[in-house]
Design a protein around this ligand. Structure first.
Ligand code: ZN
Length: 343
């Protein structure tokens, strides 16, 4: 038995508490745990609410616009995916999943490209790993068929589309309707390179939207009012010279979660994403950044981070070791250590 504490991130803040690792599982402690074996702040496993792991095998990306680099069907990434073998793609994804586990991530949501084959490729890549996954599939091409969506909804956890600009309205409505009937989430990128009228996005009843970089003040207000969470991916956006308006999102009352987006642009490490925000959004309080990476992503998927360390799990969680009498004031400048339950 090993006791970690005496602090823990819980309900969005650092409080007294800890975690006990016992044979076959973990126990969360409320209040001061008494004698601890490892003096630290215990953090829950992180949530990566937006990835595209398919391009993890690509290690060199030319400079260019969002259209030129990542937009379907002719962006650089899609040309590379077409040329690559399934094996290389699966190996790349499996490597990226391993990186998430080693960096203390307990769940990720992937916007899976390439239809049913894409879903199967990610399932293959997940073999031998122990991490929560939300697979949001999309049709193989930019055309809609009810049967294909039914098949995707049976194989995957929901649908995740590029953006409303690439689709016919009737197709978007049909896909979001099928998700609703299947009780599975529909999610979509929004206002990434240019503003897309938020009403046209919101009427699809997305479980969450990604980016909202070019959203207007009114869009952000409407988004908050409808309680639609926004997933931001600041390091990936920086590659294209853009920046999510997090201060304005928070002021509007939006729940923000974090993603790392295309693995070829930013490796899937949420702690790095949080540190990047700390350095570049100095008006966003650290407590907010911690909630974005440690709590909000889980909430979007209706899950509790500690449940990922169920009995028999080989999952992992991060800690920040410290020897002072108080927890460190600025957690995001600290180094994390990832404790794995794997024996
Ligand atoms: Zn994306």
């Amino acid at each position: 038995m090993t006791v970690y504490g005496p602090w823990i991130f819980s309900d969005g803040e650092i409080t007294e508490g800890g975690i006990v690792i016992e044979r076959g599982g973990v126990r969360i402690l409320d209040g001061h745990p008494g004698k601890v074996d490892v003096r630290c702040v215990v953090l829950p496993p992180m949530a990566n609410a937006h990835t595209h792991l398919g391009d993890a095998f690509i290690r060199e990306v030319p400079k260019g616009t969002v259209e030129e680099i990542v937009a379907p069907p002719n962006g650089f990434k899609f040309k590379m995916l077409k040329k690559a073998s399934n094996d290389a793609i699966v190996r790349g994804m499996s490597g990226a999943v391993g990186e998430m586990e080693r960096s203390g991530t307990g769940i990720f949501a992937d916007f899976r490209e390439n239809g049913i084959d894409g879903v199967r490729a990610l399932r293959d890549a997940l073999k031998g790993h122990d991490i929560g996954s939300i697979i949001l599939a999309r049709p193989k091409s930019l055309s809609y068929g009810a049967k294909e969506i039914d098949k995707l909804l049976r194989a995957a956890d929901g649908i995740g589309l590029s953006s409303i600009s690439e689709w016919k309205r009737s197709d978007l409505d049909a896909m979001s309707g099928q998700c609703r009937r299947a009780g599975k989430p529909f999610a979509i990128h929004a206002s990434e390179r240019a503003r897309e009228p938020f009403g046209d996005v919101a009427s699809l009843e997305p479980a969450f939207v990604v980016h909202m970089i070019e959203a207007t003040a009114r869009d952000l207000r409407d988004c908050a009012g409808l309680e639609i969470p926004v997933v931001v991916c600041p390091r990936s956006n920086a590659f294209f010279g853009t920046r999510p308006p997090m201060e304005r999102m928070l002021a509007a009352g939006i729940t923000i979660a974090l993603g790392t987006d295309n693995a070829m642009l930013a490796r899937p490490n949420i702690w790095e994403e949080m540190r990047y925000i700390r350095m570049n959004w100095r008006r966003v309080p650290e407590a907010e950044i911690l909630r974005m990476g440690l709590a909000n992503g889980w909430e979007i998927f209706g899950k509790n981070p500690w449940d990922s360390l169920r009995k028999g799990s080989t999952g992992s969680f991060p800690i920040i070791e410290c020897d002072g009498i108080d927890p460190p004031k600025d957690l995001l400048i600290c180094k994390i250590k990832v404790i794995s339950l794997k024996r």
